[in-house]
Write a protein that binds this ligand. Structure first.
Ligand code: GTS
Length: 202
């Protein structure tokens, strides 16, 4: 596969985790050079990431994530489980949207209020997942676990104590983070050197 994206964690990181966990051999193409002139016009909706998988060219990070989830059987064992996974991943997307807005549009003025309002938002995730462990659906990991893991990861950088009152979220974060391939990836120099966001704020 080929991941075309900026050299950022950003919306690429869940895609990377899904490929790494499933032993996909992939290359990364940095679309940051000549983005406006060369790359943006090639993207169906003018944005990256883009994933090429054989004859498929996909944009929209969540479409890419769901494609990989179907391909690697990470979409739950039945309709009820698939719905749970969708609910969590769409809720992750809602909070990611607020996070991206803060980072790119209102960081200095908005950070304090954002962090103040964060527990209320994380509490909803905690309540939704707390009956199952260690993953959202119980023993078997699904794609939304990676989405939630990455969301928690970027929020831990913004607000290092944000999980202190949320044991289920803490447990999920630890469970995904200690999976051997995830752990090895996160210990790599390339991962450590890669910024979370494109403007240096985090
Ligand atoms: N809904 C899209 C998705 O989920 O893929 C949003 C993608 C998006 O916002 N991409 C940004 C982009 O292409 C980069 S990043 O926010 O993921 O870092 N920006 C350049 C542009 O010209 O819009």
């Amino acid at each position: 596969m080929e991941l075309i994206y900026f050299p950022l964690k950003g919306r690429g990181e869940v895609i990377r985790l899904l490929m790494i966990e499933n032993d996909v051999s992939y290359t990364e193409t940095n679309c940051g050079n000549n983005w406006m002139t060369e790359w943006k016009p090639k993207m169906a909706f003018g944005q990256a990431p883009c994933l090429k998988d054989g004859s498929l060219t996909l944009v929209q990070s969540n479409a890419i994530i769901r494609h990989l989830a179907r391909k690697f059987n990470l979409y739950g064992a039945n309709e009820a489980e698939a719905c749970q996974a969708d609910i969590v991943s769409d809720s992750v997307e809602d909070l990611r949207g607020a996070y991206v807005n803060l980072i790119y549009k209102n960081y200095e003025a908005g950070k304090e209020d954002y962090i103040k309002a964060l527990p209320e938002k994380l509490r909803l995730f905690e309540n939704f997942i707390k009956d199952k462990s260690p993953y959202i659906l119980g023993e078997n990991i699904c794609f939304a676990d990676y989405c939630l893991f990455d969301l928690l990861d970027i929020h831990l950088v913004l607000a290092p104590s944000c999980l202190d009152s949320f044991p289920a979220l803490k447990a999920l974060y630890a469970a995904v983070g200690s999976r051997p391939k995830v752990k090895a990836h996160r210990e790599s120099d390339a991962f450590k050197a890669m910024p979370i966001n494109g403007n240096g704020k985090q």
